[in-house]
Ligand binder design. Structure first.
Ligand SMILES: [Zn+2]
Length: 375
């Protein structure tokens, strides 16, 4: 069995930047996919309605739930496991999501054997504890995601709103937008009403037997600390979580606890590992539709981030802060939720350029961190 290597660096952070949308080819067949194919294939012309499921591979079912954001949906998955079912990701803490789960679980009428969570973000971990209590199934996740969820939920040092606002102020975000975060409070706990206190830890490279097939855990970094994607070679399926999305670029943010971190470098390392998977692999992303041609999508994302870095580098001919550079990366109005991700993303690209020694940081007399081109 092919084994995917580990990624090299560590870091963390949901939202997405631009939509470098690929062309849509609904009716392509797997035979048309190859490593040289210059398109993304979307084999499903339809998607499941709320409370419905769609079988996308033998024993693998697609669920789509709503989100109260600009990014208005998340994909969740059920994997048949003998007489039971494994849930992969759980949805945001909304009544509509609970009702949809009630409908789906009643229709399948099978025991839930495990609740696998790709990462700690609220749309993924949100209803894990509720589902665990309801079904009796244990939650399986990585250590970094379990701890990060608790750190943010409990507002620990470096992971709370005060720390985030201070980080953003330090990086040049204006007072009006900083104040909007202070009045908003802990948004995470709204999406994650309760967290599990115990869990079954999963590890990079670990093979999980589900329904007689092996699913390998592929830990990725840069979007969150230890994001678990799940690859089944036998089924030809990768549940990519947020690490690989077809139409939007995964958010990569710097957290207040690790202000000089390089999550973009980590993310690019992690997604480059996906290129080792067969091009015929059906990728099941957390947002958007299932797709094929993984290598092409990875290359698109590499180019996307290289272009963003080039734009920022050009703008840093004069010293600029992340806050001052937001219009360069995001030339459109942003709501408070989007500003959070946009600031994280801007700092991430600047830190990445700093690691590459293309910009250097300085702290000006107004206390704001600004970056200036090295050459
Ligand atoms: Zn996420």
């Amino acid at each position: 069995m092919q084994h995917i290597g580990k990624c090299k660096r560590a870091s963390k952070s949901d939202f997405t930047a631009t939509g470098n949308a690929p062309r849509r080819h609904k009716n392509s067949t797997p035979q048309e996919n190859s490593m040289t194919s210059q398109q993304i294939d979307y084999p499903f012309a339809t998607r499941p309605e709320p409370g419905q499921t769609l079988e996308v591979a033998p024993g693998v079912h697609w669920i789509r739930m709503g989100l109260p954001f600009a990014l208005d949906h998340i994909n969740l998955w059920l994997i048949e496991d003998g007489d039971g079912l494994v849930i992969v990701d759980t949805g945001y803490g909304l009544d509509a999501t609970r009702e949809a789960w009630e409908t789906i679980l009643a229709r399948f009428a099978r025991p839930i054997t495990r609740i696998l969570v790709t990462h700690y973000h609220p749309d993924h971990l949100g209803l894990a504890q509720w589902l665990s209590e309801k079904t009796g199934a244990p939650v399986w996740m990585s250590n970094g995601e379990f701890l990060s969820g608790h750190a943010v939920w409990h507002g620990l040092a470096g992971y709370n709103v005060v720390s985030m606002v201070e980080q953003f102020r330090h990086n040049g975000l204006d007072q009006t937008r900083c104040a909007a975060f202070e009045t908003r409070g802990n948004a995470y706990a709204k999406g994650v009403p309760a967290l599990p206190a115990t869990y079954r830890r999963i590890y990079d490279g670990e093979r999980l037997e589900i329904g007689g097939r092996q699913w390998q855990v592929l830990i990725g970094r840069g979007h969150s600390p230890e994001h678990a994607a799940l690859w089944c070679e036998e089924a030809g399926v990768l549940i990519s979580g947020d690490m690989l999305l077809p139409r939007i670029s995964t958010n990569v943010s710097v957290f207040a606890a690790t202000p000089e971190d390089d999550p973009l470098g980590c993310f690019l390392d992690s997604i480059s590992d996906f290129k080792r998977l067969p091009a015929t692999t059906l990728v099941l992303p957390s947002h958007g539709s299932p797709f094929r041609n993984i290598g092409f999508r990875v290359d698109q994302l590499m180019e996307h981030h290289a272009a963003r870095c080039a734009e920022l580098l050009d703008a840093c001919s004069e010293a600029r802060s992340a806050g001052e550079l937001l219009p360069v990366l995001f030339p459109r109005p942003l709501d408070t939720h989007q500003v959070m991700f946009a600031m994280g993303e801007a700092i991430a690209h600047l830190n990445h350029l700093e690691r590459k020694r293309e910009v250097r940081r300085r702290v000006d007399s107004d206390g704001v961190v600004r970056f200036i081109k090295c050459h």
